[in-house]
Structure formats: structure tokens, C-alpha cells
Design a protein around this ligand. Structure first.
Ligand SMILES: C[S@@+](CC[C@H](N)C(=O)[O-])C[C@H]1O[C@@H](n2cnc3c(N)ncnc32)[C@H](O)[C@@H]1O
Ligand SMILES: [Zn+2]
Length: 916
């Protein structure tokens, strides 16, 4: 096996893959399993590189390796291992399974994932290049036909440059006394917001007509503008009266989102080569084209004779904080599109149907082709709705699903589908064909079916691997969201896929999701419902897996409570958890990822089926002794932490990566009992894991030096910063993502500075270190679910105040401070003034080493070199060796760009100069 694997890897000639290979007489020799492991891991890393993913040498090697592993594990030669993903979604897991030469079975409750998986597992491997070629041919044909039909409605500009994007705003009436003007609801007046250039729309009231119009303004420097719309309320640019959000909403009752009377405000033009973006006010031609499009759509609607309405009239549900657009009187999916957008999309639907008619004799291939074109139309729906908005910083439009929600977007942008804009029809279908070209070298096929994960259409013991990324509680309402696409796809594909598209909208019953709090119609979809179904699906996964098989569950939720539930579900379903690996699967720029204080990656939980035992002796062995488990736990963590650190896994990722190995000790038994016979709950064990991990991590942070000499505030601070070190390197939590235009959204993260952790994770860390968050109130602020390690500057009052020098700095006090806009330097001066401690180092020495370090950091930051000197020398602080040791550790842990890092390094730099 070693020799054989070596030979295969040699084929690649890749530098990293051959790092471990020794070539003797032109043969490759791997001397040990460790070398084999190293070579294989290197190979996987190389294969994961996007550029290699379509390279046949890599794919062939991967296939041979998969084959050999399969046979080595008892698989019949000539057969392939089966990888099952019961929550297949977009299908990334099954696609990778067939890429490396396994068979794949992908199922999902939702028809759209099934369609996507059919494309990847069945159509691309079967038709590859031919499919891409035909998509280009028919996509071009559609482009031409679309141009012929829609040219009047998207007129070319006279200067030869085409309008690429139109800026719109919904309108509402000002309720100010005696005003009543109709105001375009501009949430942001910026069109370009860059350091070197700002372009914005300035409201101007036409005295004669009383109309609110706009001027286009430009400057080379940033400009600050007062928004017309703020959290749904409307401030009138004519009379300055603010109409409250609730009244504005009332005005939308019955107006179906107000798209018919929305106002076209500006037009963006773009050169054919994407260069030379220019902005202008709309012309009469632009207004005329919109009017003509409205008339055309109305005409087509009245002459339409299809079984389904021309524009989707299926009902769009309300989901609190996720689907808020309903609050503007939007009740049908079609209401999300302006008349001209509706005209574009219905034209694309008709053209796709026309292609279907023309290729109907081509059987499965024709079906594959039409499916691809329909999916490209789906991409257009995402780009051509009234929930698309404009990023002024990047000068580009964002699609509907910039976020997995349907929030209210007051000012939306409409893309021209005809020109070479970033979201035109030709760009969309070419995106699909590029995806196909990229994956055309995959020859293995798989199967995609519609099925619930709790009842898979597979026999017992039929899969070698279950690999899945299940839904997480209320994170994403997949089925409801997918209806946005489903209603359009159904108008093109229902005859080709009668089963998948039999219902007006996607199936909701049985979806593993928590939505009870979002809509009374889903009152049964409670937390418990989610957990029961998740447990059932884990049991089902266990049923279809062979006894030698492997189960991998991707888990990215950062709440520790949901970890507990997921792990409990796995244990009850008869799994032994053997590993947990953090793997980067998400784009780093994702809005949520930027804010997340804990996980930088998705954790992959690795499990194996616990053998079913029958004999009474074996059954007795299944019960573990709590004392043995507890004794083994710290040893296991002690072995793992340094290994993880070596691999660059630190912070929260390392904590979660330790869960797997720690859980193996516990989950190898069907139950663990205390001496008195009491069964140990998973929760109790998890607390022990957290404690063990925290202690081990702390030892690592203090590099083996004794950390116990430090007070609890130092231990907690060090662990806190270490935990965050993988998740983010910046100092501040940032504001909620830009797409969040809706006032009711609960996803906005407060703009608090400091180092933020989920409360429960923070509590566990503290507990593990024998500390108590509540007693650290001067250092840590807890608000609801969030705990914040205060930035050092916010501790100024606490550390230097006169009488209340060590009183917990209540959030009320901090609030007052910020209201006064006092910086910490001013605070320091004020404290100095009041405490009359001029000439002395500090009024009172901080109680703990950490407090004293923070005091010296503040003195340094405020430029009080002399006071700092007195503090360190006269007060004797600098003679405490712990002071410098902790300062060193903190310097290592504070994020690189933070104030704290600069300050602590400033203090450390004084050490030598002062003779310590
Ligand atoms: C996290 S997503 C999977 C994402 C996927 N790994 C990808 O790469 O796109 C979870 C999926 O579970 C599906 N789902 C929810 N309830 C289900 C059920 N009862 N049976 C099968 N699939 C279900 C959803 O439709 C969704 O596609
Ligand atoms: Zn007014």
C-alpha cells in the first residue's frame, strides 16, 4: 500500500505531493505510515486548490486512492464507495465525492437542490463539453431574441454608451402639517462613495410644481449627507418633518410594494469594456421606455393564456425579521419585480420554453439543456428584483440574495439585461456554462433524488460514508427562500419534471427548521421539532451506513447550546464521535463571518457507528466509568493542543477541534456512570471538556510558565484574547451588514468596541479557569447573549477614578461618559484633577497585576511618560516580575492593529530604559 500510494503520487510531479517521496531505482518508497499520511495530506491540499480540481492527473490519482482505500476497507474490487448527503442543498459535497471517484447519492426535501444536484451528478458528467457548447448556442440565440423584443424598453443612449443600471426609489407622502409632498425614499443618496470621489443625489424642491426632484452632485472629497430614510421613517427634504416608520408602512397598504409608482432617479452608464462608469439624471427617453414597458406587460398579461400566470401570483409568506418585505403590501412573489423587470423575466421564461419546444426530440440531453437555461434565468431573477441594491463603495449592484432574507429595500437598482453589464442575460448564462466547463472532466456520475433526511430511499448498510451539512435551527428558511426561484422555474420546467414541480410552491412540511417564532402558520416548527427531526435524521444516517463506515457532519453554528443538542443527537443515534476538524469552507468576506467572534471555519465532526452488542459481557463493557473518563480527558487534550497549534489551529477553532477527541472518550460507551450508578449527562461532560481545554490552552499561552500565579482577571483576559485570535484580528465589532435596510431586522450587531464573545462561551471559558464572569464586572460587560471584554481605554475611570477606583464600572456610567464625548485622555485628566494626584504615580495602585498593566498602558497612551516612570519605579510596580511576564503574554495576544498592542509594546519598550 505504501509503495503503491507513493507511485501514484509520483505521477503528479507536484512539489508538495512529492515532499515525502524518496525515489530509489526509479521507485518511490514511503517508509512509514506517518510518511504516507503526510504525502496523502499534501496531495489533498493540492487537490483542494481550485486550479488543480479539473486536472486529469490529479483526478486520476484521487480515483486510484479512493479505489484502494475502498478495497482496503473491505469493498469489492471493481465497485466504488457510496457517499450519501441527505441534506444536499447546493451539492458541494456530492460533487466533490464524484470528483474523487466515489459514487454519490444526494437527496434533499427541496426540488431546487435536487435540480442542482441532477445537473452536477448526472448531466455534467454525461454531457460535459457538448452541454456547454449548446448552452452557448442557445444562450446567444435567446440574447438576440431578447434584444429584438426588449430594445424599445431599454433604449441605447445617444452617446453610444449604454445605460447599465437604473436607480429607483419607492415613494411615500410626507405627513408634515400642510406639506403632503411625495418623497422618493432614498435610504442612501450616494451613488459613488470612494475616498477620491463622491457622487450623490441632492434633493431640490421645484417651487412651482412642489415636486421633490434631485440634482446630481460630485466632489473629490467625502461628503456627509443626512439620509431621507432612517429605519423606515421618512424625513422630508422640503419641510423637514419626520413621518414615523409605522405611518410610512400604512401608506403602502394595498400598494404591493409600491413598484408601480416608484420613482426613477438616476441612470448609470457603462462602457462596453466595463470601464468609464458615468451617472446622469433620467431623460424623457428613459421615462418613456418605462411607461412603454408597463403598457407592454399589461397587454401581455391580458392576452396570456397559460395554465400559470405570466408573473408569479403565488403567495409570499411573512417571516418576522427575515421576510419583511410583506410589510410593504407585497403578498405575491411577482410583487417583488417592477413591471419592466417582470417583462424581462417573463420574456426569458417564454424564450426558454421556446428552446424546450425546439429541442424536444433530443430526449435527456434536451432536458439537461433546458434545465441549464432555466437555472440561468433563475440567476436573472436574483439580479432583476426590487430587492437588489447598489454598493456605492464598489459601484456595483448586489443581487436579491446578498443575504439569505427578503428585507425591505427602499431604493433599489434595476439592471439592464441587454448590455454587457455585470448582470446581463449573457453574463448569467455564461456563468452556468463556465461552471460546466470547469467540471466537464468529471466522469463519475451520481444520483439526485427528492427525499426527506429522516426517510432515505436506501437499504440498510448501503453507504460507506454519510457526509452532510445539515440545516441549523432558524438560521436559514431554505424552503421559503427557494420559492423565489421555484415559482419562475416551475413556469419553465414543470412539464420536464412533473414530480419535482407538482405543487405551486416547495414542500414545507417536514423541513428541518425552526420557524415557529417567525410566523403563526409555522407554530409547529418549534425548537423541539427541529431537534426531534435532526435526531431522526442522524438515526437514519446510522441505518444506511455500513458498520465500517464513516459519518461526517459539518457544523458551523457558534452557539454552545446548539453544539450540545447536535452532539446529543449524534450520541443517541448510536455514533461514536472520533474527531472534529475546523475547515475553512466559507468566504471570509461574508457579512456574518466578519462579525463572528468565535468560529473562523466550519467544524467537521467525524463519527463512526458504535457497534451493536448483544452478549451481556459486551453490554457491560459498554458502560463507562466516570472516573476513568475524567482521568483520560486532560491527557487527551494535552496531546491534541500542541498538535493543533502546530497546524495553525488556534483560538475558538482549537477549542472546537478538541471536542471530537474529547468526545471519543465519552461516546465509545453507550453510557457513562458515576460510582453511585448515576448516568452522566453529556452537558456535564462538556463542562469538563471546556475546563480541560481552557486550562491546557492557558498553559500553551503562557508557554508552560506557571499561569496559576496570576489572578483570575489575567487568566480570563489571556484566554479570551486567545479564543478570539482565530476568529478576527481587528479590534472592533463592525456594524451590521450593509444589506440590512430594514428597521425590524434583528441581525444588526451593535457598534460596540471591545472583544466580543458569545456569553455562554465566555462563561464556560471563565468557569474552566475557576473564574466567575459576574465578579469580573469591571473588566467584562455582559449584555444579553453577548459578553464584551472592555477595551483598556474604557477602564480609565475604573482604574484612575478617585473614590470609586475599583467600583465596577457600570454600563450606565460608561454611557454617561460617551455622552460627554470624553476621550480616555480627558477622563484621565479629570481624574487627576479631582484626585489631586499630580506628582504621584497613580492615585491608587490597581489591585491585580492586570489592573496595573492596564494603568501603565493608559499612562503610556496618554503620553504621561513621567507618571509612567514614577508608577514603575517609585511605586515599585516594575520590580514585580509577574508584571513583565503578563505584559509579554498580552503583547503576543492583542490583535496586531489594536491600540492595546501599541500601548503594551510601548510599556514593554520602557522596561530596559528604566533598568528592569
Ligand atoms: C445547510 S444546507 C446544505 C448546504 C449544502 N451543503 C451546500 O453546499 O449548498 C441544508 C439543506 O437541508 C435541506 N433540508 C431541510 N430539511 C430537510 C429534510 N427534512 N430532508 C432533507 N433535506 C432537508 C434544505 O433544503 C437545505 O438544502
Ligand atoms: Zn414635508
Amino acid at each position: 500500500m505504501l509503495l503503491w500510494a507513493g507511485e501514484n503520487l509520483k505521477l503528479l510531479g507536484s512539489e508538495s505531493a512529492t515532499r515525502f517521496l524518496k525515489i530509489r531505482n526509479d521507485s518511490v518508497v514511503l517508509n512509514s505510515n506517518t510518511e504516507l499520511r503526510g504525502a496523502l495530506l499534501d496531495f489533498i491540499a493540492d487537490l483542494a486548490n481550485w486550479d488543480n480540481s479539473a486536472c486529469t492527473t490529479y483526478l486520476d490519482t484521487a480515483k486510484t486512492l479512493t479505489d484502494s482505500a475502498h478495497v482496503a476497507l473491505g469493498g469489492m474490487p471493481g465497485t466504488r464507495p457510496l457517499v450519501v448527503d441527505p441534506f444536499a442543498g447546493g451539492g458541494s459535497i456530492p460533487l466533490e465525492a464524484i470528483r474523487v471517484g466515489a459514487d454519490a447519492f444526494a437527496s434533499d426535501l427541496n426540488p431546487i437542490p435536487v435540480l442542482l444536484n441532477k445537473l452536477m451528478l448526472e448531466y455534467i458528467p454525461r454531457y460535459g463539453e457538448r452541454l456547454a457548447k449548446e448552452i452557448r448556442r442557445w444562450g446567444d440565440w435567446m440574447n438576440e431574441e431578447l434584444g429584438k423584443k426588449l430594445a424599445t424598453f431599454f433604449p441605447e443612449a445617444s452617446n453610444g454608451i449604454n445605460p447599465a443600471v437604473y436607480f429607483w426609489a419607492r415613494t411615500a407622502r410626507c405627513e408634515g402639517p400642510g406639506c403632503g409632498k411625495v418623497i422618493p425614499m432614498l435610504r442612501s443618496a450616494y451613488i459613488v462613495e470612494k475616498r477620491e470621489r463622491t457622487v450623490w443625489l441632492e434633493p431640490k424642491v421645484n417651487e412651482k410644481s412642489g415636486e421633490v426632484l434631485f440634482k446630481l452632485r460630485e466632489s473629490k472629497t467625502p461628503t456627509t449627507l443626512a439620509p431621507i430614510v432612517r429605519r423606515g421613517s421618512l424625513t422630508c427634504p422640503a419641510c423637514n418633518y419626520t413621518t414615523p416608520a409605522a405611518n410610512v408602512r400604512k401608506q403602502f397598504s394595498g400598494r404591493r410594494g409600491g413598484v408601480r409608482d416608484a420613482r426613477l432617479i438616476a441612470v448609470g452608464e457603462i462602457g462596453a469594456d466595463f470601464s468609464g462608469k458615468r451617472y446622469r439624471l433620467p431623460s424623457d427617453t428613459d421615462f418613456g421606455a418605462v411607461e412603454a414597458a408597463i403598457a407592454e406587460l399589461d397587454r401581455e398579461k391580458s392576452s396570456h393564456r397559460g395554465a400559470l400566470s405570466l408573473i408569479p401570483d403565488e403567495v409570499l409568506p411573512y417571516l418576522r425579521s427575515i421576510f419583511n418585505i410583506q410589510l410593504l403590501g407585497v403578498h405575491e412573489w411577482g410583487d417583488l419585480f417592477s413591471p419592466r423587470q417582470g417583462l424581462v423575466l417573463s420574456s426569458l421564461v417564454q424564450l426558454t420554453n421556446s428552446v424546450a419546444e425546439q429541442v424536444k426530440d433530443e430526449g435527456e440531453f434536451g432536458k439537461a439543456l433546458v434545465t441549464c437555461l432555466a437555472l440561468a434565468v433563475g440567476r436573472c431573477a436574483d439580479s432583476y428584483s426590487t430587492l437588489c441594491w447598489w454598493i456605492s463603495g464598489a459601484e456595483k449592484p448586489v443581487g436579491t440574495f446578498g443575504r439569505q432574507a427578503l428585507p425591505i429595500v427602499w431604493d433599489y437598482c434595476e439592471v439592464n439585461p441587454l448590455v454587457n453589464s455585470p448582470r446581463s442575460w449573457s453574463v448569467q448564462y455564461q456563468w452556468v456554462l463556465r461552471f460546466i466547463e470547469q467540471n466537464a472532466s468529471i466522469q463519475n456520475t451520481g444520483t439526485a433524488e427528492i427525499a426527506s433526511a429522516v426517510k432515505l430511499p436506501l437499504p440498510d448498510d448501503s453507504a460507506q460514508c454519510v457526509f452532510t451539512d445539515p440545516p441549523y435551527y432558524d438560521a436559514v428558511p431554505y424552503a421559503d427562500l427557494s420559492d423565489f426561484f421555484y415559482v419562475w422555474l416551475r413556469r419553465m420546467l414543470k412539464d420536464l419534471y412533473p414530480t419535482l414541480f407538482s405543487e405551486p410552491t416547495t414542500p414545507k412540511k417536514g423541513e428541518v427548521v425552526q420557524l415557529a417564532e417567525r410566523n403563526p402558520a409555522y407554530s409547529y416548527k418549534t425548537r423541539e421539532y427541529f431537534e426531534t427531526l435532526m435526531q431522526a435524521s442522524m438515526t437514519e444516517a446510522r441505518r444506511v451506513l455500513t458498520s465500517q463506515g464513516l459519518c461526517i457532519v459539518v457544523f458551523a453554528h457558534k452557539s454552545t447550546a446548539s453544539w450540545e443538542v447536535q452532539l446529543n443527537a449524534m450520541l443517541r443515534a448510536g455514533w461514536i464521535i472520533t474527531g472534529s476538524w475546523p475547515i475553512d469552507t466559507e468566504r471570509p468576506g461574508r457579512p456574518r463571518a466578519q462579525n463572528s467572534a468565535t468560529l473562523a471555519s466550519s467544524i467537521h465532526l467525524i463519527c463512526r457507528p458504535r457497534p451493536v452488542t448483544t452478549s451481556s459481557e459486551a453490554k457491560a463493557n459498554e458502560v463507562g466509568d466516570w472516573r476513568d473518563v475524567l482521568a483520560e480527558l486532560p491527557r487527551r487534550i494535552h496531546d491534541w493542543m500542541p498538535r493543533l497549534a502546530e497546524e495553525g489551529v488556534v483560538g475558538a477553532d482549537a477549542i472546537f477541534a478538541c471536542l471530537g477527541p474529547a468526545l471519543e472518550i465519552f461516546s465509545r460507551y453507550s453510557s457513562v456512570e458515576k460510582a453511585n450508578g448515576q448516568i452522566v449527562a453529556l452537558r456535564e461532560y462538556l463542562e469538563q471538556i471546556w475546563a480541560a481545554v481552557a486550562r491546557e490552552a492557558l498553559a500553551l499561552v503562557f508557554k508552560g510558565a506557571d499561569a496559576s500565579g496570576f489572578e483570575e482577571d489575567a487568566r480570563v483576559t489571556a484566554m479570551w484574547l486567545w479564543t478570539l485570535s482565530a476568529g478576527q484580528n481587528g479590534k472592533d465589532e463592525v456594524e451590521g451588514d450593509e444589506s440590512d435596510q430594514e428597521e425590524e431586522s434583528d441581525t444588526t450587531v451593535a457598534t460596540a468596541s471591545g472583544y466580543v464573545l458569545e456569553y455562554d462561551a465566555a462563561r464556560k471559558i471563565a468557569q474552566g479557569l475557576g473564574a466567575d464572569l459576574e465578579s469580573l464586572a469591571s473588566l467584562i460587560e455582559v449584555k444579553g447573549e453577548v459578553a464584551r471584554l472592555l477595551p483598556v481605554s474604557e477602564r480609565t475611570r475604573t482604574l484612575f477614578g478617585k473614590d470609586d477606583s475599583h467600583a465596577p464600572s457600570s454600563s450606565q456610567k460608561r454611557k454617561k461618559t460617551s455622552q460627554l464625548h470624553l476621550g480616555f485622555v480627558a477622563e484621565l485628566e479629570q481624574a487627576e484633577e479631582m484626585g489631586k494626584w499630580h506628582g504621584k504615580g497613580v492615585p491608587t495602585l490597581g489591585k491585580t497585576v492586570l489592573d496595573r498593566i492596564h494603568q501603565s498602558m493608559i499612562l503610556f497612551a496618554a503620553g504621561r511618560g513621567e507618571a509612567l516612570r514614577r508608577f514603575l519605579i517609585d511605586e515599585g510596580i516594575g520590580r514585580d516580575e509577574r508584571f513583565w511576564r503578563l505584559a509579554q503574554v498580552l503583547s503576543f495576544l492583542y490583535p496586531k492593529m489594536s491600540d492595546e498592542k501599541r500601548w503594551i509594546d510601548g510599556v514593554l519598550a520602557r522596561k530596559k530604559g528604566l533598568g528592569f
